[in-house]
Ligand binder design. Sequence first.
Ligand code: BDR
Ligand code: CA
Length: 306
Amino acid sequence: MTKLIIDTDPGIDDAMAIFYAAAAPEIELLGLTTIFGNVTTPMATRNALRLLEAVGVDAPVAEGAHQPLNLPPFPPSANVHGAEGFGDIPASTPKGRALDEDAADFLIRMARTHKGELVVCPIGPLTNIAIAMQRDPEFVSNVKAIVIMGGSLEEGGNITPHAEANIYHDPHAADVVCTAGNKVVLVGLDVTHRILCTPDDFSQIAAKAPNLGGMLQDMSHFYLKFYLEVAGLNGCSLHDPTAVIACTHPELFEMRSVAMSVSCEGDTSGATLSSPDSGRVPVRVCVGVEADTVKALFLERLSTLS
Ligand code: BDR
Ligand code: CA
């Protein structure tokens, strides 16, 4: 079993990733930590609680940072994920509440408790992970891996020509995390742009799992419209679910070791840069993927939900 914490800004593809994790028999979901990005951090916390309650997973949620390490706050990506984070699905209040402990302290505590076993999967900006590294020098050695949806090596950006959104929204934090060496796996646009989920795919999920698959299909309309209008694609990239799948199925990915830094200034801010002269220990960057297998796994697992 993979002991997993997902650090998330839900977010439509975040919802897909969390439902996938709940459905995957080889994943033990130990909790969610929340971050701004697609929505504000308080909305991310509310949405994380809503998703866990919907899918029936009794796991804690710890709220994270409300703004980037150095930059001023960004407005949420409402044009991509809707005003409340789930497309056209309106806001609703969860029954539960977040822990009193903040995200970084929760991550540090869980990494100590499950020393050498915990996989952290950030699928939003990396602020909480950088804070955990700064608060606890043992954090990186305590975790098994940090498998990140973010960045790109050759694909360019999606929020600017150079930057992927999660890295762009806190480049200083991403640069801190890139010092963590080979514990870090970047699942970026080089692979997530190879995996598209079409309206027919969502219909298939909804037919097999009317309740939760239907919820994802309802959310997907807004996301698919964005992809059609902005990229001319009849489908959306499975960004965040692909990172969760990389946590348990690394054999489906081709990885390259790259000493990495992150541009924090100017037009290239948020670009992930190969920096062989930086003296940094290389991180692992996904550069190839068995796209059909990843997508089949996603569809198959989600179809087992209610
Ligand atoms: C990433 O940005 C967010 O919009 C998505 O949820 C995903 O984590 C893709 O660049
Ligand atoms: Ca996300």
